[in-house]
Ligand binder design. Structure first.
Ligand code: NPQ
Ligand code: MG
Length: 370
């Protein structure tokens, strides 16, 4: 298919609840939507970046710049017959993975629509429903946290993830465990600790956590390997795995026993699948993380999570957990059994509501092929 047009839009959506992690607090979701047009079809993708370079280095500003000046010009006016073609066209750009995900994902949606296949089918997904969990930010008090967990646990989510940081960790986990003795529970530190904290982190071992996610530096693999040797709790890598090469290094070093594969963080669905294949082969469990995506990015995450190696529940909550109203129809809703149904219609399988997209757009631009 000849890519006739690429459109990028910067959206602002208020969050239902502020989301607080060890790296900061977000009240309004800033994200970028990418649309690709060909033969009367529009494919959608999301570059689920954020206002500042806190989770990783990209921002709305860098994604906008790189999409507009480099990625879109490299893809518009080109023939694309397989989704991997988009990844190949963007390969000359180093890094900027979230920006790449936005454009690549839009091409997957476009090609799925053209072939009458869902993105999940195109990827080789095998599961009609995927297990989903919820990620809960740092709360003003333990009582508030317990109440929030209670609400989500009652909704049926398959596991609970809480954010930790120094001063909000072992004692909080102890009290959560006391109240919810049977809940599959995990913690995410978003790089808030150092190897010198290993003894402190080992105190978490007695609470039966399914994993501790990204305890150490965002670019570290060596210290994570040492930490994993000192913990019974499985270490899960998030920020430290931005590429297939990093995943290979993590496996070689034993930096963790689990990898959270976010398509945005690794630069697209093609790389996400490659890391999945590597981990499946190596017997490393994986799951699909999230970056507070709108329904567009959420749809791609759900599709990826239907691959056979995604055996652990993902950070894929219902749309209502983050947004007053989603920009897609139907919105994503978790089933009572803690799963989410993978859309089976062509492409992302949900309809993008243009009136809501327009209402949330603060900036838009179109690149046209010649
Ligand atoms: C994580 N996600 O696993 C990330 C953190 C993250 C659901 O816990 C804007 C606001 C962008 C908050 C990107 C979850 C973000 C964000 C990532 C949080 O580490
Ligand atoms: Mg994480």
């Amino acid at each position: 298919m000849y890519i006739e047009q690429i459109e990028i839009r910067h959206l602002e959506l208020p969050l239902v609840h502020p989301f607080e992690t060890s790296f900061g607090r977000e009240e309004v979701r800033q994200t970028i939507l990418v649309a690709v047009r060909s033969e009367g079809l529009t494919g959608w993708g999301e570059a689920a970046t954020s206002a500042g370079p806190w989770y990783e280095y990209e921002t709305v500003g860098t994604c906008w710049h790189v999409l507009r000046e480099f990625l879109a010009p490299g893809v518009v006016g080109q023939e694309v017959s397989a989704p991997e073609d988009a990844a190949r066209l963007m390969a000359p750009v180093r890094g900027h993975n979230i920006a790449k995900m936005g454009l690549e994902a839009a091409v997957w949606d476009l090609l799925g629509q053209a072939r009458g296949q869902s993105v999940a089918q195109l990827l080789g997904g095998t599961r009609p429903r995927v297990a989903v969990g919820v990620s809960i930010g740092v709360q003003p008090s333990v009582a508030a946290l317990l109440e929030r967990i209670g609400g989500f646990w009652a909704e049926g989510y398959s596991r609970i993830k809480i954010k930790i940081r120094p001063g909000w960790d072992v004692e909080v986990v102890r009290r959560v465990r006391e109240r919810f003795p049977d809940a599959p529970l995990m913690v995410d530190a978003n790089s808030a600790y150092r190897l010198a904290d290993a003894d402190h982190l080992a105190e978490l071992d007695e609470y039966g956590l399914t994993m501790i996610e990204q305890p150490l530096a965002y670019d570290d693999l060596v210290d994570h390997a040492e930490l994993q040797r000192r913990l019974r709790t499985p270490v899960c890598l998030d920020e430290s795995v931005p590429s297939l090469a990093a995943a290979r290094a993590a496996l070689a070093l034993g930096s963790g026993r689990i990898i959270n594969i976010k398509p945005g963080r690794v630069g697209g669905l093609t790389v996400a699948k490659a890391i999945h294949d590597l981990c499946l082969e190596a017997g490393i469990a994986v799951w699909c993380g999230g970056m507070l995506e709108t329904g567009v990015g959420r749809a791609h995450n759900v599709a990826v999570a239907s691959l056979p190696g995604y055996t652990l529940p993902g950070d894929i909550s219902g749309s209502a957990r983050y947004f007053h109203e989603d920009i897609v129809e139907p919105p994503f809703v978790a089933n009572e059994d803690g799963t989410m149904t993978v859309p089976s219609g062509p492409g992302i399988g949900v309809e993008v509501l243009m009136d809501r997209v327009e209402a949330a757009t603060v900036r838009g631009e179109i690149e046209i092929g010649d």
